[in-house]
Structure formats: structure tokens, C-alpha cells
Design a protein around this ligand. Sequence first.
Ligand code: ASP
Length: 571
Amino acid sequence: MARAAGPERRLLAVYTGGTLGMRSERGVLVPGAGLATVLRALPMFHDEEYARTRGLPEDTLVLPPASPDQRVIYTVLECQPLFDSSDMTIVEWVQIAQTIERHYEQYDGFVVIHGTDTMAFAASVLSFVLENLQKAVILTGAQVPIHALWNDGRENLLGALLMAAQNLIPEVCLFFQNQLFRGNRVTKVDARRFAAFCSPNLPPLAVVGTDVMINQELVRRVRRKDQLLVHSNMEQDVGLLRLYPGIPASLVRAFLQPPLKGVVMETFGSGNGPTKPELLQELQVAARRGLVIINCTHCLQGTVTSDYAASRAMVGAGIVSGFDMTSEAALAKLSYVLGQPGLSLDSRKELLARDLRGEMTLPTVDMCQPLLQHSLLSRGVTQLLSLSQEAHAVRDALMPSLACAVARAGDMEALQVLVELGSDLSREDFNGQTPLHAAARGGHPGAVTMLLRRGADVNAQDEDGLSPLLLAVRGRHQRVIGLLRAAGACLSPQELEDTGTELCRLASRVDLEGLRVWWQAGADLGQPGYDGRSALLVAEAAGNLEVVSLLQSLQRGPGAQAPSPDVLPGV
Ligand code: ASP
């Protein structure tokens, strides 16, 4: 008898190709279709009896019980076509991210079965495309196909499924040879041995032996309120240039030409490069043209510094330090940052210099340079960011007020910086105001849109019971009112309490705009004031025909003439 259905964890396994499922055809390995069928026949991957009892569909398998009280059910989604990962590009990786997005609510975690050759690139890209992950996305693969008697595929896949089901580390990770690595820290180092990957500058997040040992202090904190964001807009015109002794300046010039927008430059040792003026000049010219260059060391371990004249020359040429990032992570980060719309060149460089997804280790505070120069607020944000790890608590305490100040000023760049820092933009300041209150009050449609997209509570109330919508009404910010209404904002009964009196006051002053914004915010224009008269009666008594006709047209009900869209967008 099959065990009764206990708590179940549901996973989606996206099979993209790679050696794990490959078959030999005419002496070469090619991607093999039908992985679910193969796994179905392997008892370590499927409990047929349990599946039958539960009536699971063909593509859905169930692991034998790993613990008495839990079952891992996983659906294999086979990509069309299947790839040797040498053929995969950012386009396919973004599609994988979008698949995860589509199924995000349905599953407790995700496994991506991928070829090992470009798995480090894939993991890096996914880590930037998927922001605010609350569920594990684990890439895995094999050096030897799962059909072979002696292979690493079975162990890797089983481990990835079990780790994803536990969801102890909600990040983009790579599982190989009993180690769970942060996805954007790995690089493939061996083409033959089962231990194909290493994470040269960050220990594994977890190691599986008789127990699972998790490196808790390395796991990134999740903000439960933040919604998953999928950044599909990744810049593809980025490249990787490895310097070598004697590299001609003409070759570098040829490489740096448009349409290239960003380059990861692999340098020697701690970020050193040749100091011959022709070469530096090529880099400077390209950087002045707006090409973004990141300096990464070709050494597996260690970081880029400016200890040497040869590395300082790179900084002088306008090149951003990649510190201890792998080239794979740097390339993915460059795509992500250059794909972000509406940022200035300085802001892009600023983002690149920041640790966004745990991809690099920043130097200690005294080595940090001021990064944002353009606004006072941005400078303030930068100073906060440079606080050391120990000052996290201070930073967290100041963050809500800072976020409100930034939103009130409508400073999109500083807001973006806060986002990248992982700030919770829905937290209240000491007045109970959220950044959305501040942006609405300041009348900044851009900031309001961004905060709404990030899941800000549109009807949040501050300590005085005021909503962002009321603040926008008071400031007569019609575009903001439109955006808030479109997002479901409503004035609360408390906010509407004295509206009648306010409408009468506006009517007697012939304040057409004032009347319009209240109407736009959803107020009932027929509400009586303190003396029982409505705004219409007040206007009629005073003979204000303009006000009378406006109120009549606005109050005409469902057939009322819609306000012109440029005045009231989004309503
Ligand atoms: N060439 C294969 C691929 O990357 C190698 C592998 O999967 O290990 O798809």
C-alpha cells in the first residue's frame, strides 16, 4: 500500500539539455529527449505506486520518501529544443526565468537541468534576472549521462531536488558533487572530474554529507514582502576581453567598437594591465564614449585592488572595479545594469560597483570611494551604503526615513540605489508614512509607479490615518491621483468625513481644479457640507455657472464625459 498523502512539496524541473540527459548518436553525445520517461524507470527518482494513488500526470514524478512526513513531487518541463549548453545564450536564460515567473505561485521550488559548459553563465544571469526570490532555483547537470552505469547525474539531480524542496536557501544556486554554491560565484574548472565547479571566493552555501550543513551567515536575507521581479531586459551587446602580455592597442580598439556597450576586461593579478599609453588611451576613449568597462582579475582567487601603479592606471581610465567577481558574474551583471532603463552612466557605474546579489565581496569601509556624485541625497545614500557590516542595525533603522526623503524628492536614481541595496520600500518612517505617501505628496508619478510595481500598499495609512491618495489630492497631483486610483486606491471613510464642507468651500471659491481632483479621487460630489447644502447648491446660490456646469457634468453618473486622458491619466 502506498503511504497516505502527507505534506507535499511541489517542484518544477526545467530540463534544458546538457550531458545529464544526453545520448550517444554516431559516436557523439547529443541532447536526449524524454527525460521524464527515463527518470520514471529509476526507483530513486519515482515511486510509481504513490503516483498512481495520487493520480499524477505523465510528466509528474514523485521521489520516494526522504523523510516519513514529506513527499517531493516534481514536474519535468522539457524545453524545445534541447541544447548542448554551448549553444545557450542570454535569450534562453531569460526564457527560463520567465518560465519560473509563470509557474512561481504553483511550485515550492525550481530545478534547472542544464549543461555544465555554460552553467556558471546561466546561474549568474538568472541571479540578476530574478530579483527578490523567495524560492530556491537550483541549477544542476552532469559530467556523465544519467543512463551510464557510473555517472554523477543521478546524485546531482537528486541532491538538487531535495535541496530545492527544503527551500532553506531561496537564491539562484548551483548544486554539484554534494555542494550547493551561490550561482553567481561559480566557475567551471574541470572538464573531466565530477567536481566540475568551484566557488573560488565564497565557500559553498551548503554541503551535503550525512547531514546538510548550511553556512547560515552567507545566506542572503529575504524580505518576505517583496514580490518577485523578473528583469527580462538584459543588454546583449556586452563582451569579454582577456588581456595578455603585449596585446596590441589596435586590437583593443577594434574590440571596443560599437555596438558594444559594456566589456568585462580580464586583467592580470590584482587588476593590473599594461601601462603603455596607447593602450590606456584606447580604454579612456572608449570609456569617454560611454562604454562601460569592468576590471576582473583572470586569477581564480583574490580581488582587484589599486595597490599597483598598473592597476591604478585602470581606475584612471574610467574602469569600474569588479573586485572578486568571476567573469561570468561580471558579464551577467553588466547585461543587467545596462538593460535597466533610464539610468545615467554614473548610476550604472554606481550599480556595478555595488554588491547586488551577493556576487562580490566589497572591500572594507576605508577602501570605499564615494560613488554617487550627482545629488545630495544620492551622496547620503552612498555614505549609508559604505557603513560596515556591524552598522547594519543603524542602517536598517535609518532606511525608512531615508527612503521617504528620497521618494519625496522623486529622486529615481537614489530610489534605485536603495532597491539594489535590498531596502524594504514599504516600511514606515517615524510618522507611519511609507515612501508611497512621500512620493504621492511630492507629486512624482515616476516614483509612485516604481513603488506600486514593487508592491507598495496603495491604501497604507500613516499615524494620522492619511492615505497616499489624500496627500496627492491635497497637493492636486492629478497624474499621481490617476496612478493611485488605477492601482485600487480609495479614500477611507475617515478621509471622506469632511469632504462635503471642503467641496462647498471650493465651489464658493470657483476652484474648478480643486473640485476635479476630489472627483478624480472618488469623492461623492453631492455630499452635503456642515450646513446641509451641497457644493452644487452653493454654486447655484452664488450664480457661479461654470461651477454649476462642471459639477453637473461630473455628477451625471456613468454617462458623464470622461476627463481628458492627459489631465487624468490612468483613470
Ligand atoms: N557540452 C555539455 C553541455 O554543456 C557538457 C555538459 O553538459 O556537461 O551541454
